[in-house]
Write a protein that binds this ligand. Sequence first.
Ligand SMILES: *Cc1c(COP(=O)(O)O)cnc(C)c1O
Length: 375
Amino acid sequence: MSEPFKKPIKIVQPLLPDLEDMDQKIKEIWDSKQLSNNGEKVVQLERRLANFLNAEYLSVFSNGTLALQLACRVLELSGEVITTPFTFPATVNALVWNQLKPVFCDIEEETYNIDPDKIEALITEKTTAIMPVHVFGNPCDVEKIQQIADRHGLKVIYDAAHAFGVRHHGKAIASFGDITMFSFHATKVYNTIEGGALVFKHPYLKERADQMRNFGILPDGDVLEPGTNAKLNEVQAAVGLLLLDKVEEEIRRRKEIAATYAEELGDIPGIRINKPVDGLEYNYPYFVITIDKNEFEISRDVLYEELKAHNIITRKYFYPLCSNLQCYKDLPSADKARLPVANKVADSVLALPLYGELSHEEVAYICRIIRESRL
Ligand SMILES: *Cc1c(COP(=O)(O)O)cnc(C)c1O
């Protein structure tokens, strides 16, 4: 039997700036005596992110969830919004915090993303928007979704929390929809410890979001619409600036590790690994396998426990499905019979450890335990 590693192999490890570089940035901030309120570092970060993400209109926020809430606000959504149950609760919560009613749409088995062919049947006279998620950094069917939105006069907000730096046939992932949200939480490919950004199609949306993240205060000091406090601070912006210099290397390493996983696990019966699609440039936020219980002989849950017993931490991601959470399970659209694919996928996916510093020995060990678990 394989001996467990002494230290657990974690599922994620945050990308960190070098301490000496951070030291220098902290000195600059201390000298400036400005810690928040749209300081120099935040302004600089927005400019560099806009450049990095090919975004004309971009703003940063204290986290992705508040950014998503503000996105709904500045688009003045009302009524119902069609979204996916196969996401992190923040997506759906952001709707509810805006008094919007989430309507769950089933997903595609291959991409784990909202199934565009099932959206139109859910549109009612109350529908004002679609909120798809680029799950695990796989781009949604952006063209079909836009066609549906145009046909019915709906807004589109993308939750691109996983999709930092992803490109779709040469275009940046944030080129699609009215607003795209990125999360910069410590567990994501790129982080500002906590943080997030919105990319807007129109400059007036950015202008409103910038006011709304600062209590709704207008240039003349008046407040027309009560805003919130969703500002990023200077220290976090400094982390973001430094990590922009490291994120491409991080993605390159993750790509290598993902290739090793795919090679080692690809031929195991009952394990499905998504093949890269031509024309898409990925960012490798998670390495996800899908277990077919009958073919693999043990279930996803048993494999999860087996790996845990060997000190390998994996994650049932996303499980439970949002439509099965206490707060959402009674929505009419949450009915399991209406979401067969999402329910099946949530019971069969497992995210394996993935981060640039994961060693070849660790990856080999994880793959061996997975292989041996079905013997
Ligand atoms: C992480 C995440 C969020 C929330 O982002 P925060 O920055 O943590 O608030 C939203 N949606 C998805 C899909 C996520 O993975």
